[in-house]
Design a protein around this ligand. Structure first.
Ligand code: SF4
Length: 440
């Protein structure tokens, strides 16, 4: 089971809130200043631009730019809270909808006010989360009609054009772009598809004037790896990755799989990098949705890469020819490395694919496969060379035989139904994160 941990010294305006293992109700949310009218839409848009809040779904696009693009498109826009997280190592969006449905609905209403939208959707696959959102909507009527749209849980179902297609009654599969949803989305209307954590931070930006920078510069992360119990927590940008590995319980990590599957593999030296989107991008990796899988000392990175590319090949929506052949080729090459049967030019082919495949599919799945392919020989060149000399006992034994999702998956944390009481609201009642060196 995944643990939830509140970092010591976290600001009161955090997404985790005071009782992250308990479902919030409307009364508790209103008591903390939720749904207040103090900040108008124009003012909120200015604050979002000034704080630099970026989307938390993976791409990291500036929230204010995305809102403004829909608002300036004209027509009658639509807003969508996207809670479908396809990355197998991420649970933060499902936790957020299960535990803090009012915070997300507040953010959705504020996004509607900024863009001029007159109807909204909550899009998700998790039935528990759907139930919690339904109850929250019944508890407090939203200021615009909100519909819940459920989908099957797949890697690509949360991609924004797949979201629009599913809401319009089609399959949850990406479409070619342009048009992007802000140009032509649900029912042909300009549509904001926003990750639920982004919406939560928009609501907090409106409600907590003194904490806007802290809200923009902190993020939920799902940490897993080794034999440690997975951990969902919220950290400020700037914390070294190594500190997060230690907080998880993998202090001697040999590297990590970053950003879900999107950021590829990094070696142990990269663990000195700060958790900050720009710094990670400069180092050739990515924060993505904030899911980080650390490699325990002695774990074989080829095995982790095999899990990742096996998962991606299995999850390809098989719409784009280059994705079907590209993900299969990458998977077969990494599997061959794992079993000690790879051709000598395999590292060069992985490198070539990492440069030639990105951007050629209708969604980011192929980019993720390319990222893992290229990062393996770049981050672990000696390990890859040793796999060309013969089978590696540890990763050959662990070679996926199907069920890739199972190995990379992290369980959604338990969120109790109990009503919030004084004990649950006491910060001391929940475990605290160990010292976070490097916290700004
Ligand atoms: S890139 Fe792959 S997963 Fe994405 S739409 Fe094309 S076939 Fe589907």
């Amino acid at each position: 089971m995944t643990t939830i941990r509140i970092p010591a010294g976290r600001p009161p305006g955090s997404v985790l809130g005071a009782a992250p293992d308990t479902v919030e109700n409307a009364e508790a949310y209103l008591a903390t200043g939720g749904y207040a009218d103090a900040t108008g839409p124009d003012e909120l848009l200015r604050h979002l631009a000034a704080s630099g809040l970026r989307g938390r779904g993976g791409a990291g696009f500036p929230a204010a730019v995305k809102l403004r693009a829909v608002r300036e498109r004209g027509g009658v826009p639509v807003v969508v809270a996207n809670g479908e997280e396809g990355e197998p190592g991420s649970v933060k969006d499902r936790w957020l909808l299960r535990a803090r449905p009012h915070l997300v609905l507040d953010g959705l209403a504020r996004a509607a006010a900024v863009t001029g939208a007159v109807r909204g959707y909550v899009y998700l696959s998790d039935p528990v989360a759907a139930d919690r959102v339904r109850r929250a909507l019944a508890e407090r009527e939203p200021c615009l009609p909100v519909e819940i749209v459920e989908t099957a849980h797949t890697y690509v179902a949360g991609e924004e054009s797949a979201v629009v297609r599913r809401i319009d009654g089609g399959p949850a599969l990406p479409t070619a772009k342009p048009p992007r949803p802000f140009e032509r989305g649900v029912g042909g209307a300009p549509t904001l598809v926003s990750n639920v954590e982004t919406l939560a931070r928009i609501a907090l930006t409106a409600a907590r004037p003194g904490l806007r920078q802290a809200i923009a510069r902190s993020t939920l992360v799902t940490l897993s790896g080794g034999s440690a119990t997975p951990l969902l927590t919220e950290v400020p940008y700037g914390v070294p990755l190594r500190t997060l590995a230690a907080a998880l319980g993998v202090p001697d990590a040999a590297g990590a799989l970053m950003g879900g599957l999107f950021g590829g593999l990094v070696d142990a030296r990269a663990l000195d990098l700060p958790l900050e989107p720009g710094a990670l991008a400069s180092a050739g990796t990515a924060l993505g949705c904030g899911a980080i899988r650390f490699l325990a000392a002695g774990a074989c990175p080829v095995s982790t890469a095999a899990d990742a590319v096996g998962h991606l090949a299995a999850e390809s929506a098989r719409q784009c020819g280059v994705c079907v052949s590209g993900t299969a080729a990458v998977r077969d090459a990494v599997y061959a490395l794992a079993s000690g049967t790879a051709a000598p030019d395999t590292p060069a082919r992985l490198e070539r694919w990492s440069l030639g495949l990105p951007g050629r599919g209708a969604c980011g799945l192929l980019d993720a496969a390319a990222s893992v392919a290229g990062s393996l020989p770049r981050a672990f060149p000696e390990t890859v060379r040793s796999h060309l000399r013969g089978p590696c006992p540890s990763c050959a034994a662990a070679l996926p035989t199907g069920g890739h999702r199972g190995r990379l998956a992290v369980a959604v944390p338990e969120v109790a139904e109990a009503a919030v009481d004084d004990t649950a609201l006491d910060d001391k009642a929940v475990p605290r994160m160990p010292v976070l060196k490097g916290t700004p």
